[in-house]
Design a protein around this ligand. Structure first.
Ligand code: G3I
Length: 368
């Protein structure tokens, strides 16, 4: 071989030695990295958007690395899976479930019955008697639960049935405030729609864990008490309920005392406890177009995430720890950016999925 050929051969060998799956590379000791779920004794979840999961590789990577439970942010809601009265469509929801199965993640289904079903024209225009509405409720729940039978660990069966004052949503009390909306289910079917929703879901999949899910229990004692009373009543009458979800859309200033009280008192029911939609907003719900994410606020958010995790660990017995789920992954994915204000940073990862101080606060809470 000529000198130049030797040179080419040597270069080729060097290049092969550095390729992706070369023995040289795989012989490196694995880098030990703690992730959220590998640092936790209970499941750590995120609410997932199927479009981001499909199209954004950094989103896919972070979800796969950090979480072992997947909640479905929107894709199992009535408007998504039941777009016409006689049409069901599970494409997006199935995509999430397939991803979860392929990656060994638990799936938490959200949500079977909610007063806020958005622009579902057919349902808004649905006219029928009590019987028709009951059949509609039953058909919806049982078709969806049966479709996912055996693939979904738990379901949010009924979501946000109570007003903050502890009364069941009924009529719309304030047309300018969506949080005060009434419930068509209550108006058409009366109080019993809640327990029947649980019974219908249980009949369709007796192995699924069934949750009641609501927000603001940490700040509205009347609502917390109403939910506890409903749970107690269900338990006494044998209505199948296995868990309560505290959504926990909170702000930096939400008092820790209320958070601890709600978690502790709900855990006393003996049911599973899910922090089901956690995010911690910087603005404390005050619209402020000049708000900036300063280093100080980042550290405050870090401390709040840590205290949230500790409140859960310290007040929920291990056997009742269904897990903590954040409501999506990166700040830019958060519902708060569109529903509240664009300059919000409520989650654990920034807009490009880099872990924020909040992430490290969460991790510290898990490890402490
Ligand atoms: O996907 C469509 C898009 O095609 C369309 O162009 C666009 C125009 O409006 O809408 C997009 O859908 C939006 C969807 O979010 C996805 O971004 C819907 O309009 C919007 O209503 C929907 O909002 C969701 C909201 O629930 C209402 O369903 C939020 O993402 C979701 O985070 C929020 O989640 C709720 C929980 O289910 C219950 N607890 C409170 C929580 C926060 O509000």
């Amino acid at each position: 071989m000529k000198g130049v050929e030797w040179l080419v051969l040597i270069l080729l060998l060097v290049l092969l030695g550095c390729s992706e799956d070369s023995p040289v590379k795989t012989q490196q000791p694995p880098i030990s990295v703690d992730t959220l779920y590998t640092s936790s004794l209970f499941p750590i979840g995120a609410a997932i958007d199927p479009n981001y999961l499909r199209s954004t590789s950094s989103y896919h990577t972070v979800v796969t690395r950090e979480f072992n439970s997947i909640s479905v942010e929107n894709a199992m809601k009535l408007g998504w899976v039941h777009p016409q009265q006689s049409v069901y469509s599970f494409t997006d929801a199935d995509y999430i479930v397939s991803y979860a199965q392929a990656n060994k993640k638990r799936v938490h289904g959200h949500v079977l019955v909610w007063h806020a079903f958005g622009d579902v024209t057919w349902l808004k225009n649905f006219s029928g008697d009590t019987n028709d509405w009951e059949n509609l409720l039953k058909d919806h729940i049982q078709t969806v639960v049966t479709h996912f039978k055996g693939k979904i660990t738990g379901w949010d069966v009924v979501n946000e049935a109570f007003h903050d004052n502890g009364q069941l949503r009924n009529e719309d009390t304030n047309l300018n405030d969506a949080s005060d909306d009434g419930s068509i289910w209550m108006r058409m079917l009366g109080t019993g729609y809640i327990e029947r929703a649980f019974q219908y879901a249980h009949a369709a999949d007796p192995d699924a864990l069934l949750f009641y899910n609501d927000y603001g229990q940490e700040v509205n004692v009347a609502k917390l008490n109403a939910i506890k009373a409903m749970v107690k009543d269900f338990q006494e009458r044998g209505i199948p309920i296995h868990g309560v979800g505290l959504q926990m859309h909170i702000g930096l200033n939400t008092p820790d005392a209320g958070i601890v009280k709600a978690i502790k008192e709900l855990a006393e029911t003996g049911l599973l406890i899910h922090i089901s939609e956690l995010d911690i907003n910087i603005s404390n719900w005050v619209k402020n177009p000049d708000l900036k994410l300063t280093e100080e606020l980042k550290q405050e958010q870090k401390a709040k995430y840590k205290s949230m995790v500790l409140a859960y660990k310290q007040n929920v017995p291990a056997a009742q720890q269904y897990g903590i789920t954040t409501w999506n992954v990166g700040d830019a994915d958060s519902w708060l950016r569109s529903f509240h204000q664009p300059n919000e940073w409520p989650l654990l990862f920034d807009d490009v999925y880099k872990p924020k101080p909040a992430y490290y606060g969460f991790l510290e809470g898990l490890k402490e």
